[in-house]
Design a protein around this ligand. Structure first.
Ligand code: EPZ
Length: 449
């Protein structure tokens, strides 16, 4: 094992011994890509909101800081978050927080709707792509917002948002969510055509309707929102994380022995389950769980990522890992992000044979992967390297695992509980992501069902 660390930055890392079968039950946490939006949406009401099944991940703590910077009360409990945003005293989402987490831009819609003003630092691109926000801006302007881009900030204001008909050029998840949240308190009816259909968006719409919004069509390409004067408060439990579930399904396909992945809705992964069957993985699908065992051999197959209900881009890297061990040649086409193949270089260090050509990856299956020193390129790429290490021969060191902490709650513990051998080495001081054992009782009492 080469001891050369690719750069001198101090990184937290996993040491993973491959080759251990994964069996037992692994419980899926609440969805990161729903939790962050429902937290932002809680800005829309003056009443208390209590969110359940919240994953305790880095991004949730960052979103809590964003909401606090706007004047909201936010308390994080064990997989719960209590929010009360009746006294917002700032409309600016600061650069240091937006820069840490681009989902911070999802406070734009709620702030414009609630207080008619928002200033959000322009989110940078990231390694997987430009991550533009032109659809967000065009849609908010259609609702009557005046938006200017200056000194690195998006500065938006509106006395009163007015319903409008908006056609999205692309079913952008974030743009659909920002527009949905803005339209909820706009005057009149808003239609969003070519809207995103992701289950996390449906969860956002269900949550807002639970607070008194009038949203129809969530999960279809056409949303219709009848603006209301104000929203109430309440409790809401977040849907399970289908991408975490998919992460565990691929791990089971490579090293599972009657592994049960529980507490999620398999129908939110139907195209992925179909694809696993196609490549030779046998699954037992129940209403809220799937049982999976290691495939005898993986049959090569092609993957084309598309907006939901197409194959999810967030699981593309896990299938690159799976198909690296297939019996032939596979082509992966990435249609959602411009640069989401950074994982390939790291997998090739483990003996995979992957060639990138624009937005296509050519994956020639190999017999086995070998442990090596690799570095997480991003959140999902990092988790895919963990999955690859579970089945690789020997030990793998996965560097830069802070990426993984952003979207997975206790990933190494979860895998170790089902038989994996992962050791976490924290070289940097631990983040103080503390959660309260008891939430603010007075607010809790006022949270009505
Ligand atoms: C959400 O990102 C998810 N993040 C992503 O998950 C996920 O990969 C993505 O949706 C697609 O499903 C969260 O929910 C926090 P988009 P989002 O707007 O909303 C372009 C993960 O690993 N675009 O649907 O940013 C954009 O550049 C993360 O959990 C514009 O051009 O995705 C991208 O190429 C990664 N202009 C494509 O659309 C815009 O105004 C899809 O982006 C907006 C987007």
């Amino acid at each position: 094992m080469s001891d050369l660390i690719t750069n001198n930055e101090i990184m937290n890392e996993f040491h993973i011994e491959g080759g251990y079968p994964l069996s037992g039950t692994i419980k899926v946490s609440g969805a990161k890509n729903a939790a962050l939006k429902l937290m932002a949406a809680s800005l829309l009401t003056d009443e208390e909101v209590l969110l359940g099944n919240v994953p305790l991940i880095e991004d949730v703590f960052i979103m809590a800081d964003v909401l606090r910077s706007l004047g909201a009360f936010v308390e994080i409990g064990k997989n719960t978050v209590l929010i009360k945003a009746n006294d917002l005293n700032n409309c600016t989402a600061p650069y240091n927080l937006v820069n840490k987490m681009r989902a911070s831009i999802l406070v734009m819609g709620p702030l414009l709707a609630k207080i008619g003003r928002t200033k959000v630092a322009m989110p940078g691109g990231c390694k997987i792509g430009l991550r533009k926000i032109d659809f967000h801006i065009k849609g908010l302007e259609a609702l009557g917002a005046e938006i200017s881009l200056e000194h690195g900030f998006i500065d938006a204001k509106s006395k009163q948002l007015k319903g409008s008909s908006i056609q999205l050029d692309f079913p952008s998840v974030g743009a659909t969510e920002n527009l949905l949240m803005a339209a909820v308190l706009a005057e009149g009816v808003t239609e969003v055509k070519n809207a995103a259909r992701e289950p996390e968006l449906v969860d956002l719409a269900n949550f807002l309707n639970h607070l008194g919004a009038k949203i129809e069509g969530a999960g279809t390409s056409n949303l219709k929102i009848q603006g209301v004067k104000k929203l109430g408060g309440g409790k809401y439990s977040i849907i399970a994380d289908r991408i975490e579930a998919g992460t565990f399904l691929v791990a089971g396909a490579l090293a599972g022995k009657d592994l049960i992945i529980s507490d999620f809705k398999p129908q939110t992964l139907s195209i992925v389950i179909e694809k696993l069957n196609e490549v030779g993985v046998s699954l037992q699908v129940e209403t809220d769980s799937v049982k999976v065992s290691k495939a005898q051999s993986i049959i090569s197959s092609n993957i084309v990522t598309l907006p939901y209900p197409g194959f999810p881009t967030d699981l593309q890297g896990f299938f690159m890992t799976l198909l690296s061990l297939s019996n032939g040649q596979s082509i992966i086409t990435e249609n959602v992000f411009e640069n989401r193949f950074l994982l390939a270089k790291e997998l090739n260090k483990m003996g995979a044979k992957i060639r990138i050509n624009g937005h296509r990856a050519l994956v020639n299956g190999v017999k086995s992967l070998k442990g090596n020193l690799v570095e997480s390129p991003d959140l999902r790429g990092g988790a895919a390297l963990v999955v690859a290490s579970l089945v690789a021969e020997g030990e793998t060191r996965v560097l830069n695992i802070d990426h993984i902490d952003r979207g997975y709650e206790n990933l190494s513990e979860k895998f170790n509980n089902i038989g994996a051998q992962i050791k976490r080495i924290d070289r940097k001081e631990k983040k103080n992501n503390k959660y309260s054992q008891t939430l603010n009782q007075s607010f809790l009492e006022r949270v009505s069902e």
